[in-house]
Write a protein that binds this ligand. Structure first.
Ligand SMILES: Nc1ncnc2c1ncn2[C@@H]1O[C@H](COP(=O)(O)OP(=O)(O)OP(=O)(O)O)[C@@H](O)[C@H]1O
Ligand SMILES: [Mg+2]
Length: 459
């Protein structure tokens, strides 16, 4: 029914039913206590009346108000008493005649509750029960017969305890119902957990849609799910627009730049080498490489023509690491590689991932003083690559920002040499695309440490 599809109605119904259930329980349960006064079924009534009639017949022989007339009553009762039974007769002036003086109080108590001979009742006292009253007619007056006998059904001690302590009963019911209520709350909150999972994924940069969010849970959740997916579509569209723009701009810039370079070489041929021309040429080259980086960043995010492949780590990174070793020798810096794993496979875009590692190593070469360390560590689900250097490092509050496109720390900006600030943006992009993470922290060597974590592929 559509109305139950609403969270508000669902929660209300659950509250309402639970409270109604507990109220009913508290109100109805005492009625099930077998120690309550219950009225006799016809069969019991008949047998009691029969007994009363028999005694009545005998009593005719007892003259009214004769000496010790009540003693003779006892004798008559004694004749009709079955083993385990005790009979009591209540006189019109509320006196009790019996051979069993021990239970007079019980009978008195019962007599207060049940004194209508037309509606005899039964009540259990511990292991005994009293039945009555049954009418005995004697000398024009009404006497009442009560029977005390051992109880036919004895309620267990535990049930007695529960019935005598309503609070205990309530606690027991709550205890018994808590798994059910827990399950209920869990199932109501289930779509919220899914939503959180989806939001976490989005926060990590995965803009894939979640159609199941629009199908499960109450209507409120479904509506949220569909807004969520709508938001994802919009985000994706905006991202694509932005990338398209980036790629268009860099592409358009290329043309005048090429003309500029052409003009410079013409100028060089005409006027020969001069300081200004060299400067123009080097700036043009720098601009060219910047545009190249921009284009590759845009292309990487935009068109996914590249395919994901399963690659073994040592094979994948071999050429990058070999080149780095060679380069380190050329520039005279110490470069060490530790624990490169064999037999570990990851699913990745190989070219992009290789160029990511290369970018990080190149930064380390550029910003280090004399030492660079690359370390591999494998645990159950992931591979961690750390790249350490002994340079100046990056201020704590800039550790996250260096992954933003064009971001360069002030020290780097002051330097003559250096790039455009796109390298780490490209790294972050390719690592997240392979479901990995990348972050920067302080290195034990004193400079910067870049940590790349990638999920291991399990066959
Ligand atoms: N190993 C490092 N030590 C100190 N600072 C670093 C290191 N790596 C990166 N940085 C800082 O982070 C900034 C961003 O790095 P990123 O690689 O994105 O750009 P870049 O190296 O300046 O230029 P590009 O890589 O595009 O040629 C750098 O400008 C630099 O300030
Ligand atoms: Mg760089």
């Amino acid at each position: 029914m559509w109305i139950f599809d609403r969270l508000t109605i669902r929660i209300f119904t659950i509250f309402f039913l639970t409270i109604a259930f507990f109220l009913m329980l508290v109100m109805l349960l005492p009625n099930f206590d077998s120690r309550n006064l219950t009225y006799l079924a016809n069969k019991e009534k008949d047998s009691g009346n029969l007994l009363a009639k028999q005694i009545e017949k005998e009593l005719v022989n007892v003259p009214k108000n004769s000496f010790r007339w009540w003693m003779r009553f006892i004798v008559v009762m004694d004749n009709y008493q079955k083993p385990g039974q005790f009979l009591f007769i209540v006189t019109p002036n509320e006196q009790i005649i019996t051979a069993d003086s021990n239970h007079i109080d019980l009978v008195k108590n019962f007599n207060e509750k049940s004194h209508n001979v037309n509606d005899p009742a039964k009540k259990i006292y511990d292991s005994q029960e009293i039945i009555g009253p049954f009418l005995i007619h004697y000398t024009d007056q009404d006497y009442q017969l009560y029977i005390l006998q051992s109880a036919s059904d004895i309620q267990s001690q535990f049930a007695n305890l529960v019935f005598d302590h309503p609070f205990l009963l309530l606690s027991l019911t709550m205890l018994a119902s808590s798994p059910f209520l827990l399950w209920l709350s869990w199932s109501i909150a289930k779509p919220a957990r899914r939503l959180k999972k989806a939001a976490d994924r989005v926060a990590k940069g995965n803009l894939q849609e979640w159609p199941e969010l629009e199908q499960i849970g109450s209507s409120e959740y479904k509506a949220t799910g569909s807004s969520f997916n709508h938001m994802l579509r919009e985000l994706k569209r905006m991202q694509e627009l932005q990338q398209q723009l980036l790629s268009d701009i860099s592409h358009e810039l290329r043309t005048p730049l090429t003309r500029l370079q052409l003009a410079t070489s013409l100028l060089r041929r005409k006027q020969g080498e001069s300081k200004e021309v060299v400067r123009i040429n080097s700036e043009a080259l720098k601009l060219d490489s910047m545009i190249g980086d921009l284009l590759s960043l845009a292309r990487q995010q935009y068109d996914n023509n590249e395919v994901r492949e399963l690659k073994q780590i040592d094979v994948l990174f071999k050429s990058v690491l070999d080149n780095a070793v060679f380069e380190a020798e050329q520039i005279g810096k110490k470069f060490t590689i530790e624990h490169i794993p064999t037999n570990i496979t990851i699913l990745c875009y190989p070219d992009a991932l290789c160029s990511a590692l290369e970018n990080v190593i190149r930064n380390a070469f550029r910003y280090s003083r004399s030492e660079i360390e690359v370390n591999f560590a494998v645990n159950q689900h992931s591979l961690t690559i750390t790249i350490d250097d002994d340079g100046l490092g990056v201020q704590h509050d800039e550790l996250e920002q260096i992954f933003r496109p064009f971001y360069r720390t002030s020290e780097a900006r002051d330097r003559e040499s250096g790039g455009t600030g796109l390298g780490l943006a490209i790294v972050s992009n390719s690592v997240t695309r392979d479901n990995g993470t990348v972050k920067a922290e302080k290195s034990h060597l004193g400079g910067l440490r870049i940590v790349i974590v990638l999920p291991i592929y399990k066959y």
